[in-house]
Design a protein around this ligand. Structure first.
Ligand code: UD1
Length: 417
């Protein structure tokens, strides 16, 4: 049986939420363990379904991994199998992140093509183009990317679009390549620079970290290191919206304020009062939120992974908001579920127009992807009565202890097994 969540109307959330390490930083950094000749030791690793899926994938390759209490040790020296099978890749597209490191250190890899996913086609052509430029021979056979290389060599690569995992894969390939690689049009997401910083601790030579042009001087080998995963800005943003939508007063701890500029700006426009230190953010809101327009773009602009949550916020705001999704096609699956709760939303192509309504009504809704699920929980917090959310495994992929964290600040959420 699949778990469900029962969310009761829970207004005015109050208290403190400790933010976990970022899923999207932990995934590539764990894969960077493949590159290390000795143990890579990570802290602040979130305990999530996507992380355990990756652990299973790497263990299947012969890598030794210990994971407990948000700490992980990775020892890749026993690696003897270079295949990322379809059964695991289909449940988590980020499995593609093993491709660059496997090729760079061992000269071979077979990774299942991820295939379509609920939020669009999401091709991996840029990963393949970049690795080919570094000298890899890549063929697509029977649904698998089959890649071989002698030592990769440095190249100048200009990515056609800003891709987060594409940048990460090519970065991990370049650190062990022979000579200099220039990566242009890089994603500048904090998760990318967290990976780059970890690689530097392992002995990589990278300049331009945090910019759209990184220059990598390949080295012969890398060693293990110790690294703490950066705070999850999307998780923090989700709890910030939970605070705003319920007109609460919540302090988020273990955060990184400077990674959250675009989201904080929108919350301020919506009427929230924000105060912060380097590692905490307090969100307080005394009146119903105002509608906020937004457009998703690569970092440092507004993140696509916060789009669904802000649509939920806009459903009960004063006024009308226009949301434009420019990163993924077909990322509005939450809209039809929110409409069933009484939201007034129209979608035309990639533009959603949300007219604020006075109340949402609880009902049974279905989660369709990770962030869409989060938006349904947020809507459930303000909807009258009870909201039952089906297929919450999507939520468990990316939020550590969500119902525990929300209940701790006054929400009434129950997991139905
Ligand atoms: C990552 C994040 C995901 C986030 C997304 C955008 C991880 C594990 N996941 O996903 O949560 O929503 O960034 O911020 O970090 N594209 C191509 N060809 C490619 C690669 C990408 O056409 O080879 C396109 C995609 O279809 C999409 C856009 O580029 O339209 C951006 O995708 P990308 O940044 O690669 O997303 P992910 O890295 O998969």
């Amino acid at each position: 049986m699949m778990d469900k969540l029962k969310v009761k109307q829970s207004l005015n959330l109050q208290g403190e939420v400790k933010i976990s390490g970022a899923k999207n930083a932990a995934l590539p950094i764990i894969c960077a363990g493949i590159l290390a000749g000795s143990k890579l030791e990570l802290t602040n690793v979130p305990n999530l379904k996507d992380i355990t899926t990756l652990v299973k994938l790497l263990q299947g390759m012969g890598i030794k991994i210990q994971f407990a209490d948000n700490q992980m040790q990775i020892d890749a020296n026993g690696l003897n199998n270079f295949v990322a099978p379809y059964e695991l890749v289909k449940t988590m597209r980020a499995s593609i992140l093993v491709l660059g490191p496997l090729l760079a250190r061992f000269g071979k890899a077979q990774v299942s093509l991820p295939g379509g996913c609920a939020i669009g086609a999401r091709p991996v052509d840029q990963h393949i183009k970049g690795l080919t430029a570094m000298g890899a021979k890549i063929e697509i056979e029977h649904g698998y990317i089959k890649a071989v290389a002698n030592r990769l060599r440095g190249a100048r690569i200009v990515m056609d679009m800003v891709t987060v995992t594409g940048t990460e894969n090519l970065l991990m390939a370049a650190v062990l390549a022979e000579g200099t690689t220039t990566l242009e049009n890089c994603a500048r997401e904090p998760e990318v620079y967290d990976l780059a910083n970890c690689l530097v601790k392992m002995g990589a030579k990278i300049s331009g970290i945090g910019t759209d042009k990184m220059v990598i001087e390949g080295v012969e080998k890398l060693s293990g290191a110790q690294h703490a995963i950066i705070a999850d800005r999307i998780e923090a943003g989700t709890y910030a919206v939970a605070t705003a939508i319920t007109m609460g007063d919540v302090t988020l701890t273990n955060t990184r304020f400077e990674t959250m500029g675009a989201v904080i700006d929108k919350l301020t426009q919506a009427g929230a009062l924000i105060t912060h230190g380097a590692d905490w953010i307090r969100i307080k809101i005394g009146q119903k939120v105002k509608a906020v327009d937004l457009k998703t773009v690569p970092y440092p602009g507004f993140p696509t992974d916060m789009q669904a949550q802000f649509i939920a916020l806009n459903t009960i705001a004063n006024g009308t908001a226009t949301v434009v999704e420019t990163i993924f096609e077909n990322r509005y699956m939450h809209v039809s579920e929110l409409r069933r709760m009484g939201a007034d939303i129209t979608v035309d192509d990639n533009i959603a127009v949300i007219k604020g309504v006075n109340t949402l009504m609880g009902t049974t809704v279905m989660a369709t992807d990770l962030r869409a699920s989060a938006s349904l929980v947020l809507a459930g917090l303000v909807a009258t009565g009870e909201t039952i959310i089906d297929r919450v495994y999507h939520l468990d992929r990316g939020y550590e202890n969500m119902e525990f964290k929300l209940n701790n600040i006054g929400a009434q959420i129950e997991r139905l097994k």
